[in-house]
Design a protein around this ligand. Structure first.
Ligand code: HEC
Length: 207
């Protein structure tokens, strides 16, 4: 009888142990599961909280980028914009200067024969085989400063008086203003005395 009771106890102990052995495993699992469920929730919560922070930071970074881009755009504009304005101003001033205009006309239409400094062609007083004179100088060594303005304008517009003249007429190429400008530039080749003399001749002849 006692043996059966002990045997029953063993059996009970076995089941108890067996029961104790297996339940502890599910129990922690069941405990881990809720924790795992809670954990993601608490993790998601901070994530969603961090996420807007990150987005705000990105927004701040983007807005800073935009500010930087605007700044870099303003800086080159400030550096590049004024020089062209100055150049344009210089060009406008240069164009407005009658002597600069006169030089441009002279260099293009007259210098090939009369020289860039009005030095003329060599042996300008000696005609060639056909009786054509080389281009004379326009500086102090020539005769240009002997003539009044009206006569000089006439020579340039109509060309040399003689049919054998090597001086072409410019009436069809240059306006009266352009001819005057080229002659005003020629006057810069003269000395003070030559300028005064030519001015007096112009006043005496009425033009
Ligand atoms: C193809 C060459 C040539 C070109 C280009 C030329 N000339 Fe002449 N020029 C001459 C020659 C040659 C004479 C001398 C005329 C003569 O012997 O009849 C002369 C004479 C003159 C004279 C008279 C000088 C004097 O002492 O009486 C003036 C002024 C003159 N040229 C101005 C100009 C101007 C201004 C231009 C440009 C707009 C010009 N020439 C372009 C060849 C040229």
């Amino acid at each position: 009888m006692l043996q059966r009771q002990i045997g029953l106890l063993y059996i009970l102990l076995f089941f108890w142990l067996a029961a104790c052995g297996s339940p502890p495993a599910p129990t922690p699992d069941a405990e881990i599961v809720p924790e795992a469920v809670i954990a993601p929730d608490t993790e998601i919560a901070p994530d969603t909280e961090i996420a807007p922070d990150i987005e705000i930071e990105k927004d701040i970074e983007i807005s800073q980028d935009i500010e930087v881009e605007q700044n870099t755009e303003i800086v080159p504009d400030a550096e590049t914009a004024p020089p062209p304005k100055i150049e344009q101003d210089a060009e406008i001033e240069a164009e407005a200067d009658p002597l600069v205009q006169g030089k441009l006309i002279y260099d293009e239409h007259c210098a090939s024969c009369h020289g860039f400094n009005g030095e003329g062609q060599p042996n300008w007083q000696v005609p060639d085989d056909k009786g054509v004179y080389p281009a004379p100088p326009h500086d102090n060594s020539g005769h240009t400063w002997h003539h009044p303005d009206a006569q000089l304008r006439q020579i340039v517009a109509r060309g040399g008086a003689s049919p054998a003249s090597g001086m072409p007429g410019f009436a069809d190429k240059l306006t009266k203003e352009e001819i005057i400008l080229s002659l005003e530039y020629i006057k810069t080749f003269w000395g003070e005395e030559e300028r005064a003399f030519q001015k007096e001749r112009t006043l005496q002849t009425g033009g």
